[in-house]
Ligand binder design. Structure first.
Ligand SMILES: CC(C)(COP(=O)(O)OP(=O)(O)OC[C@H]1O[C@@H](n2cnc3c(N)ncnc32)[C@H](O)[C@@H]1OP(=O)(O)O)[C@@H](O)C(=O)NCCC(=O)NCCS
Length: 183
């Protein structure tokens, strides 16, 4: 998949060093529910396991041809959304620290939403962010997601007690968002 500035393509084993460069930063993983990577070998293992899942993509800058982040969909029991329906998905994403604030992840989200609603016949897409992660909330706001509900006293993967906010966009909401925005 392609937008003005980025390509979304499957992760490759040869991306391991680039992945490690960004994923070792403690400002990235914990905000998204995973610990910072500690070695290139760990990043390679993540590419072979987690990132080999369906609908998981490297966010590649067209300008350089290198990955700078990741975006993907979770389905069913793999999702953090209790009671998620078989025709729904949860979106997850991150981008390397040097690339924050350029609207690249909103561009990637809009691209993946198009695939969800046009190709995959998904009825709604969820997005979940930890309390305080206004950056993620803003990225979803800019793509037409709406706040749905909050769940308190959840246990994060690192064992911390946290509050999670759930955002959602339905196929109908996406269609009207597209009408009002050139995407
Ligand atoms: C959340 C994240 C994916 C946003 O991606 P992005 O491509 O930078 O998105 P945007 O450019 O639209 O910026 C979103 C918001 O981040 C904030 N932001 C932008 N640049 C920033 C910077 N250099 N430092 C701190 N915050 C910044 C702004 O609030 C911005 O909103 P605004 O455009 O209304 O001002 C990115 O910050 C990230 O990877 N964070 C760590 C992992 C994470 O939180 N993943 C999501 C888990 S739910």
């Amino acid at each position: 998949m392609e937008t003005d500035r980025i390509l979304l393509r499957p992760w490759q084993e040869s991306d391991a060093e680039t992945l490690y460069k960004y994923a070792k930063n403690p400002e990235i993983g914990p905000a998204a529910g995973w610990p910072p990577h500690t070695s290139v070998e760990e990043s390679l293992d993540v590419i072979r396991t987690v990132f080999s899942a369906p609908e998981t993509y490297a966010v590649v800058l067209k300008e350089t041809g290198k990955p700078v982040g990741s975006i993907g969909l979770l389905f069913g029991k793999g999702s953090h959304v209790a009671g998620i329906l078989p025709d729904e998905a949860e979106i997850g994403y991150w981008i390397g620290r040097p690339y924050w604030g350029q609207g690249l992840i909103p561009e990637a989200i809009r691209c993946l939403l198009r695939r969800c609603f046009k190709d995959l016949d998904i009825s709604s897409v969820w997005g979940v962010y930890y309390d305080g992660n206004t950056k993620s909330r803003r990225a979803m706001d800019k793509c037409g997601f709406r706040f749905h509900h909050t769940e308190k006293c959840k246990t994060s993967p690192s064992g911390d007690i946290c509050t999670e906010h759930f955002m959602k966009i339905t196929k109908k909401e996406w269609a009207s968002y597209c009408k009002g925005n050139i995407i």
